[in-house]
Ligand binder design. Structure first.
Ligand SMILES: [Fe+2]
Length: 180
């Protein structure tokens, strides 16, 4: 729980009115959430710090669960969601817990934390902070880990082209498969 955030739901809404989202994250052709970049490092793998985003959720993320390349911290500014957290892979994906995060609550996930969002309140907005990149990430089909490039049908050596951040939203989403 963070007592004093330098961001409020009202300020986030103002930013969202002024600027179009920098990315629209989609899954299976269906938009999942919109992302505004507040602070973004040129290369998360070499940077000493991570990124800061605003997320506005459009729906849940109840497909295959995923993990992340960095430690990540969520602060719910408006609305809320229920997420499912799975046990470490050595135990298996069969065991999980669910937790509800609502406005004013925060949560920190380790990069290896496997999760998915089961339900979202209308108008949910979060401030999302990442650490620096420490690992490759991917999706989980049952107990099978699928690297994100493979999951999205991209070559194993694929990397985002230089300057991709400057491309229009739709192209970025298409290039990255929407994540991270
Ligand atoms: Fe996630």
């Amino acid at each position: 729980m963070t007592a004093e955030l330098p961001m409020t739901a009202a300020l986030a809404r103002r930013i969202m009115l002024i600027r179009q989202p920098d990315e629209i994250i989609a899954r299976n052709g269906s938009a999942f959430f919109e992302r505004w970049w507040l602070a973004r490092t040129p290369s998360a793998s070499t940077a000493r710090t991570g990124n800061v985003y605003l997320h506005r959720f459009l729906r849940s993320d109840s497909e295959d669960p995923h993990d992340h390349p960095w430690t990540n911290e969520t602060h719910v500014l408006n609305g809320g969601y229920v997420e499912q957290l799975f046990c470490p892979v050595r135990i298996g994906l069969g065991k999980s817990i669910t937790r509800e995060l609502t406005a004013g609550m925060s949560a920190i996930r380790e990069p290896e934390a496997i999760h998915r969002i089961l339900s979202v309140q209308p108008g949910t907005i979060t401030l999302f902070q990442t650490g620096r990149k420490v690992r490759d990430w991917g999706f989980w089909r049952g107990s099978e880990f699928v690297p994100w490039r493979e999951y999205h049908g991209l070559p194993a050596d694929w990397s985002k082209p230089a300057g991709a951040e400057l491309l229009p939203n739709e192209e970025i989403t298409a290039l990255t498969g929407g994540r991270p």
